[in-house]
Design a protein around this ligand. Structure first.
Ligand code: DAH
Length: 345
């Protein structure tokens, strides 16, 4: 029996091709019904004085097998590991996959430029809610319920007539004054989204970006507003740019003005952008109406201020020579990239 298993081992114990074959071999010899296991259980039938010798011989066979098994197992495992490492190896000489890089949105860039100008003049940049109360969007701006001035704004109402999507950033004036609790001076700008029920076309968008400004202090007049607008547009478009005021009407300012700047396209000579007038209207503004000051807790006999509001899209369109407002909202990364590159040149 020993010799028979011995010669079987001679035949079987050779280099294995894989771990599965090696395990099959283990089952053949050392499994529950394996040749060596069964031989070992024969010890019962062996006379006592021969048991020791029998056991030693079984052990010999078992050791021969396990030694081979351990060796072969670790060889195969090492081989598998090497193979895996080879497959997973990183070729550092390969060119890397390009990660697409974004570019700042053009509107964001224009807004940041405006913010920088006002920050340098001591203004704060503040924020307000896009879902607004009628009270702030209209009433406290001197536009009572039923007033025809409301119709001009084609407001999106959300809940009855009280909750709406703000149709202008002017409510942030009111919120800032109320928060100020009489603190002066107030110098703030508020850039943010506004909404109106407009049909989208090349020059209309139901959602657009407005930048609001408010200054409240003592003895503020239109000339302060004029100086501020001059600084803003010279910083944005160059020293040659001039500003002018034309009379206008807003409920929350008195007097009210439209601010024009010399056309940046033709430098005042006349072109199709300025309809041959040499001027382009960019801002609505005025001296804060006494009612607005009073409603927000500022005595108009003591305090005065100016306010203004303008669309960021308008400025961006002039600055980057864009003629369709929808360009800003079609989320085409290529456009941001083109304008970003132009700025760097
Ligand atoms: N809110 C006005 C609009 O959307 C713009 C505006 C005009 C804002 C005059 C002001 C202002 O603060 O004083 O048309």
């Amino acid at each position: 029996m020993f010799d028979k298993i011995g010669s079987l081992l001679d035949e079987d114990l050779k280099e294995m091709s894989d771990l599965k074959t090696l395990d099959d071999l283990r089952v053949k010899y050392l499994g529950k019904k394996g040749l060596i296991t069964e031989l070992n259980s024969e010890i019962r039938n062996v006379p006592n004085e021969e048991k020791k010798g029998f056991g030693m011989k079984v052990n010999e066979l078992r050791n021969r097998f396990t030694e081979f098994y351990d060796q072969e197992k670790s060889r195969l495992e090492q081989e598998a590991l090497n193979k895996r490492l080879e497959q997973e190896a990183i070729d550092i000489s390969l060119p890397a996959t390009k990660v697409p890089v974004g570019a700042p949105h053009i509107l964001e860039k224009v807004i940041e430029e405006v913010e920088e100008v006002f920050l340098s003049m001591g203004y704060d940049v503040v924020d307000g809610p896009e879902i607004e109360e009628d009270k702030y969007n209209f009433e406290m701006l001197n536009i009572p319920k039923g007033h025809p001035a409301r119709d001009a704004q084609d407001t999106f109402y959300i809940e009855g007539e009280e909750i709406l999507l703000r149709s202008q950033t002017s409510p942030v004036q009111v919120r800032t004054m109320l928060k100020g609790e009489g603190r002066v001076p107030i110098r703030m700008i508020c850039p943010g989204k506004t909404y109106r029920r407009d049909d989208d076309d090349a020059s209309h968008s139901h959602q657009f970006m407005q930048i609001e400004g408010l200054l409240v202090d003592k003895d503020i007049s239109l000339s302060d507003l004029k100086g501020t607008m001059d600084v803003l547009f010279k910083r944005l478009f160059g020293k040659d740019v001039e500003t002018r005021f034309r009379p206008s009407y807003y409920q929350f300012t008195e007097p009210s003005v439209e601010v024009d700047i010399t056309c940046v396209n033709c430098h005042g000579k006349g072109c199709n952008v300025c309809k041959n007038t040499g001027w382009v209207t960019v801002v609505g503004a005025g001296v804060v109406h006494p009612n607005v000051l009073r409603m927000s807790g500022y005595d108009p006999d003591v305090w005065s201020g100016f306010a203004f509001g303008f669309g960021a899209e308008r400025l961006a369109m002039m600055k980057y020579d864009i003629n369709d407002i929808r360009t800003f909202y079609n989320a085409d990364l290529r456009e941001s990239k083109v304008f970003d590159r132009e700025d760097e040149e």
